[in-house]
Design a protein around this ligand. Structure first.
Ligand SMILES: [Cu+2]
Length: 195
């Protein structure tokens, strides 16, 4: 008799535990989603007349208010504007000024000094001249008659000078040189040579 009661209690306990376990582990049935309702339009005699499409009713959605997140703004660093380095200035090399040409002190070569003496009308003209040493004296016979230039004590010795002929003699030593015509005794002249 006691065993029967105990067995019954045990069965009750098992049933209770099993039911609790079943209800806790079984998935909760989800309610069926409402099927979208399609509006039916009246069908005319010529078939369905779709005149307007149903405008979906906008369901007002509550504005989602998101609390402003505190932004700890650290000021963005100012953009560094890199200025390009200045272009190198082309170095215009000015050539150094050309050295001024040294003044050429040209000592002209001593021009040969030529002193002319004309022989005309049986006379030397000028009859007396003074020249520096190294001077060349040139006689020209302008007479139709022949003449000579003949040094008395050395010096010039032209020989016969016909009309138009010339004779040159350079006096390279100082002194007084007398000369005359070998053909005409009255023709005399003097060349004085100085340093
Ligand atoms: Cu003469």
């Amino acid at each position: 008799m006691n065993n029967t009661i105990g067995a019954a209690i045990a069965v009750l306990i098992l049933i209770t535990i099993g039911g609790w376990w079943f209800t806790s582990s079984s998935p909760v049935p989800t309610p069926e989603l409402a099927q979208p309702t399609t509006e039916s339009f009246p069908v005319g005699p010529n078939g369905p007349q779709v005149t307007e499409t149903p405008t979906p009713v906008a369901t007002p959605t509550p504005p989602v208010v998101t609390p402003p997140t505190p932004v700890s703004k650290t000021p963005a660093p100012a953009p560094v504007i890199q200025t390009p380095p200045p272009a190198p200035v082309p170095v215009v090399q000015t050539p150094p000024p050309a050295p001024a040409p040294a003044p050429v002190t040209q000592t002209p070569p001593p021009a040969p000094t030529v002193t002319s003496i004309a022989i005309a009308s049986f006379a030397y003209s000028p009859a007396t001249i003074t020249v520096k040493k190294g001077t060349t004296v040139k006689w020209t016979n302008n007479d139709s008659a022949p003449h000579t230039v003949t040094g008395i004590n050395g010096g010039p010795a032209s020989g016969t000078l016909n009309n138009g002929q010339t004779y040159s003699y350079t006096f390279n030593s100082t002194g007084s040189f007398n000369y005359g015509c070998a053909f005409h005794g009255g023709m005399f002249a003097t060349v004085n040579v100085t340093e």
